[in-house]
Design a protein around this ligand. Structure first.
Ligand code: A3P
Length: 290
């Protein structure tokens, strides 16, 4: 797969670029036909916005702080991505409620059952400049992704949405404009960094769980970056090096807010800001990074 060209790597599904080998036609068909239950929980993100983090927090809230699920199941089995190939094999129809899934789909890509059932959604957003930097390192270490080229070249692709899961701007706009707002909890990566304990409480409340202070504290302690990074069920160290070369860059890389400032040139910042301003001009939503 190394050094595949874009044309070889991606297919276009509902106008969005998807890596073909991760989302073959049978996976997309499986997702299209998937039936949600009213008590399902969906973790929805644009890639590199805090998916893995939420795949740790939500199961721990449901288990009331029992670490077993996060220490015994890899994150991709614990909270499977519905659009990925392996979902088919996990027998998700047999899982007990409440089931927790992840997806990187835009709102417009969700299936018929989603719009009928309206399961609960935790939608996590992150400053797109940090998403961009995190993506750049990820594309550089994952052999199944297109070589990102220079940061400058990758920025063009990111801003044009010519990368996995398409445009960050379209993703965000699609979800903040969703009509089923009462079933969606909007979270920011930045608020989890600023106050993880408060975030755990907020998510627990949304999920209808009341946790003691001790349990909330235990979940928080486990999920801070330096501790969660050690969990081999969540740091992707179970993935063979030929797919993810963590010698190039760790999956759990820095886990901070504002790393873009260490990477952007002045010109890149201006370029990014100009596109952001244009694409977000009609958006009323208050983002934590603005
Ligand atoms: P960085 O590359 O900026 O470090 P995703 O899971 O959506 O792919 O997002 C990955 C990003 O979330 C990476 O960002 C990763 O380090 C960060 N992340 C994962 N777990 C985290 C945690 N417990 N605390 C802070 N950041 C975390």
């Amino acid at each position: 797969l190394l050094n595949m060209t874009e044309a070889e790597l991606y297919s276009v599904y509902k106008s969005v670029y998807l890596p073909k080998h991760v989302h073959p036609p049978e996976s997309l068909k499986y997702y299209e036909d998937f039936t949600f239950r009213p008590d399902d929980i969906l973790i929805i993100t644009y890639p590199k916005s805090g998916t893995t983090w939420m795949q740790e927090v939500v199961p721990l809230i449901l288990s009331e702080g029992d670490l077993t699920p996060v220490l015994t199941m890899p994150n991709w089995d614990r909270v499977p991505w519905l659009e990925e190939q392996q979902a088919i094999k996990l027998n998700l129809e047999q899982r007990p409620s409440p089931r927790v899934f992840a997806t990187h789909f835009h709102h417009s890509m969700m299936n018929e059952s989603y719009f009928k059932i309206k399961p609960r959604v935790v939608y996590v957003m992150r400053n797109p400049k940090d998403v961009f930097i995190s993506s750049y390192y990820y594309y550089g270490m994952a052999s199944y992704m297109v070589n990102p080229g220079t940061q400058e070249e990758f920025m063009g692709k990111f801003l044009d949405g010519k990368i996995m899961m398409g445009s960050w701007f379209d993703h965000i706009k699609s979800w903040i404009n969703a009509e089923e707002k009462e079933s969606i909890l909007y979270m920011f990566y930045e608020e989890m960094i600023a106050d993880l304990k408060g975030s755990v409480e907020k998510i627990a409340k949304f999920l209808g769980k009341s946790l003691s202070q001790d349990v909330t504290q235990k979940i928080t302690d486990h999920c801070v970056f330096k501790n969660m990074k050690q969990n081999k069920m969540s740091n992707f160290s179970l993935v063979p090096e030929e797919y993810m070369d963590q010698k190039k860059s760790k999956f759990m890389r820095k886990g901070i807010v504002g790393d873009w400032k260490n990477h952007f040139t002045e010109a890149q910042e201006q370029r990014f800001n100009a596109v952001y301003k244009d694409k977000m001009k009609d958006v009323k939503f208050k983002f934590m990074w603005d």
